[in-house]
Design a protein around this ligand. Sequence first.
Ligand code: 13P
Ligand code: 13P
Ligand code: MG
Ligand code: MG
Length: 380
Amino acid sequence: MGDRVTVSVIKADIGSVAGHSRPHPKMMTKCADILRDGVKGGTIDDFYVTRVGDDVNLYMTHSRGENDKTVHGLAWEAFQSATKEAKQMKLYAAGQDILTDAFSGNVRGAGPGAAEIEFTERGSEPLLFFMADKTEPSSFSLPLTRIFMDPFTTTGLVIDPRAHLGFKFEIVDVCDSKKIVMCAPEESYDILSILGDTTRYAIKRVMSRIDNIGVAAVVSTEKLNLAAGKYVGKDDPVMVVRCQSGLPAVGEVLQPFMFPQLVAGWMRGSHHGAWYPCSVEDSDPSYFDGPPRIVCLGFQISNGKFQGLEDPESPPGIHTPIDYFAGSVWNEARRRATKVSIYIRGHGPFMPGILSPEEMEYTTRPSVLGKLKERMEDIE
Ligand code: 13P
Ligand code: 13P
Ligand code: MG
Ligand code: MG
């Protein structure tokens, strides 16, 4: 057993080329420059800068724990610097997720999303980083319940003695700003009974029931918490999952993404579309601002640093993860996601093509209803 390490993924949409498509490479370079300084200054130990669609993702390792002011401050600085670059180029929605000019010590609630996980490094520590564009955190509830609760997905729940003990789920209630920890397998049906309502409930964390393993998965849900009482949740979530040795295997974690699940978001954050597993390179929205993309990168965490396919002696920030959904086996899921997305688009501005009225990110309904009020007559 090694030392405690914290892996922080902090993400923001701070502007992109041609609508909500792709951040400019100069923005990525600016972020990397700031994070490199962060390594030199001792704030973080290592980093990797990537993106999904128009969302910039900063992966960082450090030993400062979750919600650390210095680490969040560094990410904020990186986003500010990249926003400046985006504004100079007049990119679309430059600074979109930097909702406040003053950094208050923590990005939670300030616009960026964060998924952070602190653990004691095991003998080997494989991590998967999921990044979704044009959808919401509760989209991860279906795959997470399959991974950690469903023995027909994760055979490890049946045949690995540690996974066999089940998992704990921390679930947030967006509308009431409450959270609860529930246990599987004994409360499986109750867990599914509430998570099925993706407009209100989302998984924040999954924990192993083995003390020395700890947190297994974490999802960025901060904007949901902030928005108690009002649903404004399409904040393009990220999720980090630890794998193997008492936890689901990498392949068990990837498997549910073969199902092209219908998720809320897509065009104007107001439609249902089938999410599309793909590489980082293929994650530019290409059809009706979508379909919503889901990307998965894999790294080992080794002595508090990222280890991908590069030389172990490479400088911090220079990494080559495995891009899991790039492979041809995922063509089948992409083909189905495209078909389903074309099908649901056929509904145009009708439900379930569009979301329910409370979930729409854009609406003219109040003003239209206001205008028509006088003309509305009672039906006798
Ligand atoms: P290996 O025997 O190749 O380590 O694989 C075990 C495993 O967990 C496969 O999912
Ligand atoms: P993003 O949330 O990815 O910026 O997309 C917004 C949108 O309206 C796409 O149509
Ligand atoms: Mg955008
Ligand atoms: Mg986005």
